[in-house]
Design a protein around this ligand. Structure first.
Ligand code: AMP
Ligand code: ZN
Length: 463
């Protein structure tokens, strides 16, 4: 399996640190608002990478943090007159809802920065003891000059960067490129006690600490959006390698940006969408499929025309799966000679899917292999045996599942469930538990099921 490593600027064969295992760390969002569709891109892309490793039999330890202490969170908390943790907890919950809508699996662990402060303090102290960090009036800085390989990921030269950096008169840093590991408390801000006084950690140290704690000193894959290469990931490497004396991450994967109408997303330009807003316009499954229709290292343009195209493409796949599901009810017998020939063709397409995924997760080509399978299915399934129809159904749904595309039909699950819920609602009303009765009615309404209380009992229909 080959993947592009930002560190070496080439595609490399994937060799895990521990056989059969993958430890991956994906930088998560700062939780001060609903996530936007740009934030959703790394979530969808790296969830798909994870799903593919799992399909290949790897045991994946997927760690993704929530940055829950930060200037933007504090600002929002002050605007609303609530605590910073109230803001971060609220938007962690909202983020999880959006992730579920996008069918992004929960991480093995979702650590939160505020719950890992003790470990960060130990790491910072270790860096000070080794001469890689120093304290000035309650602020601890990383001494970039001391870390020989600084700039290895972003391919930046420290002297060039230094020449370009502006130094404020009040700056207490030894060097303009030194960055903050710990900052002192300011009035009205959350803070934690530390050997350098009350304060809070800088942003970069949280990922160094959490990836070590939940995966190990050397992790297989570290991932995030390409804007994080510098300074965030560069600084993470410096901190972790200086503290642990081990290589930090073997492979660095970065997704390109999602733009809107070919322009960078920006609040001030008014071309900024949250996942929540978009979900009112399109089922999020379409957004997921749209995101995977491009290679993750190519910029992706979000426009109605392109999302509509993704919608049509996805519909084509889902219709083929529906047809196969129907055929499974009537088809009979085992493989015929022509089924066998068609199965060989299908097998070659499955190989094409896998080869595409193993070539730096080329989901665009993997999706075109699914489209070819759909075409084959549309032409051959109706005349095929049950064994062949089963094979096609299992194959297409399995490949869709690797991409996180749900092929189950809700109606199939629902009929019996609806009846059971209606019965439960009737019982709740009898017991005068109107809250539960209303809850059930609302739950059904959300799924497009409308209840009518008639004299002959409760009737239901789909909206
Ligand atoms: P942030 O909350 O800004 O730290 O971002 C969380 C994740 O979303 C990071 O991996 C970012 O690189 C990524 N990200 C932010 N904006 C975009 C965008 N427009 N397109 C793709 N990824 C993005
Ligand atoms: Zn990070």
């Amino acid at each position: 399996m080959k993947l592009y490593n930002t560190l070496t600027k080439q595609k490399e064969e994937f060799v895990p640190v521990h056989e059969g295992k993958v430890g991956m760390y994906v930088c998560g969002p700062t939780v001060y608002n609903y996530i936007h569709i740009g934030n959703a891109r790394p979530m969808v892309v790296f969830d798909t990478v994870r799903r593919y490793f799992e399909y290949k039999g790897y045991d994946v330890n997927y760690v993704s943090n929530f940055t829950d202490v930060d200037d933007k969170i504090i600002k929002k908390a002050n605007e609303e007159g609530v605590s910073a943790s109230e803001i971060s907890e609220r938007f962690i919950e909202e983020c999880k809802k959006d992730m579920a809508g996008l069918n992004v699996k929960p991480a093995t662990v979702h650590p939160k920065a505020t719950e890992e402060i003790d470990g960060m303090i130990v790491m910072i102290q270790n860096l000070i003891d080794k001469g890689y960090a120093y304290e000035k009036d309650g602020t601890v800085y990383f001494r970039t000059r001391k870390f020989e390989h600084y700039g290895q990921l972003s391919k930046k030269n420290l002297d060039d960067m230094r020449a370009g950096a502006r130094i404020a008169v009040s700056d207490e840093k030894e060097d303009s490129m030194d960055f903050v590991l710990w900052k002192p408390k300011k009035e009205g801000e959350p803070s934690w006690p530390s050997p350098w006084g009350d304060g809070r950690p800088g942003w970069h140290i949280e990922c160094s600490e959490m990836s070590k704690k939940y995966i190990g000193t050397t992790i297989d894959i570290h991932a995030g959006g390409e804007d994080l290469i510098f300074p965030h990931h560069e600084n993470e490497i410096a901190q972790s390698e200086a503290a642990n004396d081990e290589p930090f991450a073997k492979y660095w994967m970065h997704n390109a940006f999602l733009n809107i109408d070919n322009k960078k997303m920006s609040k001030s330009a008014g071309n900024f969408f949250t996942v929540r807003e978009i979900s009112e316009k399109y089922p999020l499954q379409i957004i997921r499929f749209f995101m995977l229709s491009a290679h993750y290292r190519s910029p992706l343009n979000f426009s109605d025309t392109l999302v509509e195209a993704a919608k049509n493409g996805l519909e084509r796949i889902l219709t083929a799966v529906d047809n196969l599901r129907e055929l499974k009810k009537t088809a009979q017998g085992s493989l015929t000679e022509s089924d066998q020939k068609n199965m060989e063709e299908a097998g070659a397409l499955v190989s094409k899917f896998e080869e595409s995924m193993e070539d730096d997760f080329n989901t665009a080509d993997a999706i075109s292999a699914i489209f070819e399978l759909v075409k084959l299915s549309n032409v051959t399934a109706a005349k095929g045996s049950l064994e062949y129809v089963d094979y096609l159904y299992d194959t297409i749904t399995k490949l869709c599942d690797i991409l996180g595309i749900v092929t189950d039909k809700e109606e199939d699950l629902l009929d019996a469930d609806i009846e059971a819920l209606i019965e439960e609602r009737q019982a709740a009303r009898k017991a005068k538990n109107f809250a539960r009765a209303d809850e059930i009615r609302d739950m059904l309404a959300e799924k497009g099921i409308i209840l009518e209380d008639t004299r002959a009992g409760v009737k239901w229909k789909r909206a």
